[in-house]
Ligand binder design. Structure first.
Ligand SMILES: NC(=O)c1ccc[n+]([C@@H]2O[C@H](COP(=O)([O-])OP(=O)(O)OC[C@H]3O[C@@H](n4cnc5c(N)ncnc54)[C@H](O)[C@@H]3O)[C@@H](O)[C@H]2O)c1
Length: 374
C-alpha cells in the first residue's frame, strides 16, 4: 500500500479536523493509500500541544519553512488565514511538495492565478478543499444530473448559509476583516462550497448580477474595545449558464447572516422531467421529483453509501467529519491515479474560475449591473 505522508501548516479549526481524518483513515475499506500525519506548523503553543497527542507526529514547529525542509513529507495541507495563502502555497510548491490548499485559494483573483500558474510549472499535484459534495445525498444529486434524468434543466440553486454572525456581540476575527479575509468577504469563506458541484458539472457563469450586503461594520475586539468589520456578510449571485444550447438561471448564495442556519450547504436542480434537492439541514435526506400525473416530491433516506467504501454500517448517517475524510480520500486517490470516474477535489483552474466570478460580483455590486464573464 502507498503511503501519503502529510504535513499541516495551520493547526486551527481545519488543521485539527484534518488530523482527525488521518487518525481514523482505517475506516476506509480496501483503500490503496495509507495517510499519515508527520509534521505540524502553527504559531500557537496550545495548538502545537494538542498535536502532541497524535502518535505519528514527528515534528512540531512554528516555522513553516522548517516543516517544508522535512524530506519525509509528500503532501502539505495549508489551513491559514487568506492573506497568507499565496506565499505559503508558493513555498510548498518550491519545496517540491504536493498541496491540498484551503479555499479560497488565495486572497483574490491575482493571487489565485499566480498560485495556479506556479502549480502548473511545478508539476506538483495541487487541489483545493471543498468537502460537502462528498456526502452521499450530494453524490446522488451529481449522479442524477450526470445520467441526464432531469430532462431540460430549468434552474439551479446552490449555496451555503451560516447564522453565527447574527449576534452583534460576537468578537471580530480574521474572517471579518478585508486585510486578512479579502475584499470578497463571505464569497471567499463560503463561495467555493457553492461553486464546486456546478463548475464540475460544466455550469460556468456567462454573467453575474450580484447583491452583496454588509450589515455589521464593527464588532467587539475581544479586548474591551470595538474593531472594524469590513467584509461582505451576505452574497447572492444571480448568474446564467449555458446548458444544451439554452441559457439557464443559476443562483449562488453565500450567507453569514442567514437566520436559523447553523451550517447549511444545499443544492437544487430542477428539470422538466425531474428535480433533485439536498440540504445538510436534513443530512440523510435526498429529495427527488419525477414528472407524473400528480406533483410529488419523494423523500429518500440515505445512509453511508460513500464514494470510497468504509466499514461503517450502510444505514448509519454521514456527517461533516465523514465528508471531510472522503474529500481527503478523493485527493489521495487522484494523486495516486486511482480516482476513476469518481468526483474529485476542486482543481486550480476551477479555483481561478471561482475568483473570476467573485471579482465580477464585486464589479457588479459597484456598478449595479450584470457583468459578463465568458
Ligand atoms: N473546508 C472548510 O469547510 C473550511 C472551514 C473553515 C475554514 N476553512 C478555510 O481553512 C483556512 C483556515 O481556516 P480556520 O477556520 O482553520 O482558521 P483558524 O483561525 O481556526 O486557524 C488558522 C491557523 O493558522 C495559524 N497561523 C497563522 N499564521 C500562521 C503562520 N505564519 N504559520 C503557521 N500557522 C499560522 C493560526 O495560529 C491558526 O491556528 C482558511 O483558508 C479558511 O477559509 C475551510
Amino acid at each position: 500500500m502507498d503511503k501519503m505522508r502529510v504535513g499541516i501548516i495551520g493547526g486551527g479549526l481545519m488543521g485539527r479536523e484534518a488530523a482527525s481524518a488521518f487518525g481514523r483513515w482505517f475506516v476506509l475499506e480496501n483503500f490503496p493509500v495509507q495517510a499519515e500525519l508527520i509534521a505540524v506548523c502553527d504559531l500557537q503553543d496550545k495548538l502545537l500541544d494538542w498535536f502532541r497527542h497524535v502518535p505519528t507526529v514527528q515534528l512540531l514547529t512554528k516555522d513553516h519553512k522548517e516543516l517544508l525542509r522535512s524530506p519525509n513529507i509528500d503532501v502539505v495541507y495549508v489551513a491559514v488565514p487568506h492573506n497568507l495563502h499565496e506565499q505559503m502555497y508558493l513555498d510548498v510548491l518550491a519545496a517540491g511538495k504536493d498541496l491540498l490548499a484551503e479555499k479560497p485559494f488565495g486572497i483574490d483573483l491575482k493571487a489565485a492565478q499566480t498560485i495556479r500558474d506556479a502549480a502548473a510549472r511545478s508539476g506538483r499535484f495541487v487541489r483545493c478543499s471543498s468537502e460537502f459534495p462528498f456526502l452521499p445525498p450530494a453524490q446522488r444529486v451529481i449522479q442524477t444530473v450526470r445520467f441526464g434524468k432531469l430532462g431540460r434543466i430549468l434552474e439551479i440553486r446552490s449555496g451555503f448559509w451560516h447564522a453565527s454572525d447574527l449576534d452583534p456581540n460576537k468578537p471580530v476575527n480574521w474572517k471579518r476583516q478585508v486585510k486578512t479575509c479579502g475584499e470578497i468577504g463571505v464569497m471567499g469563506d463560503l463561495g467555493m462550497h457553492a461553486v464546486h458541484v456546478p463548475f464540475r458539472l460544466g455550469w460556468k457563469p456567462l454573467r453575474v448580477y450580484a447583491q452583496l450586503q454588509k450589515v455589521y461594520t464593527q464588532r467587539p475586539d475581544g479586548k474591551g474595545g470595538m474593531a472594524t468589520c469590513d467584509t461582505w456578510d451576505n452574497a447572492m449571485l444571480h448568474t446564467e449558464v449555458r446548458i444544451g444550447g439554452g441559457e439557464v438561471p443559476m443562483r449562488l448564495e453565500m450567507k453569514r447572516l442567514a437566520p436559523g442556519e447553523t451550517n447549511t450547504w444545499f443544492i437544487e436542480v430542477l428539470g422538466t422531467d425531474a428535480g433533485v434537492r439536498f440540504s445538510t439541514k436534513e443530512p440523510k435526506t435526498l429529495w427527488l421529483f419525477e414528472r407524473g400525473k400528480e406533483q410529488i416530491w419523494q423523500r429518500i433516506d440515505l445512509g453511508h453509501q460513500m464514494a470510497f467504501p468504509t466499514i461503517t454500517g450502510g444505514i448509519f448517517e454521514a456527517g461533516f467529519p465523514d465528508c471531510f475524510l472522503q474529500m481527503w480520500a478523493a485527493y489521495a486517490a487522484e494523486r495516486a491515479g486511482r480516482l476513476g470516474d469518481r468526483f474529485g477535489c476542486v482543481t486550480p483552474d476551477e479555483a481561478v474560475l471561482s475568483h473570476q466570478l467573485f471579482a465580477a460580483a464585486l464589479e457588479s455590486q459597484l456598478k449595479k449591473t450584470a457583468i459578463a464573464l465568458l
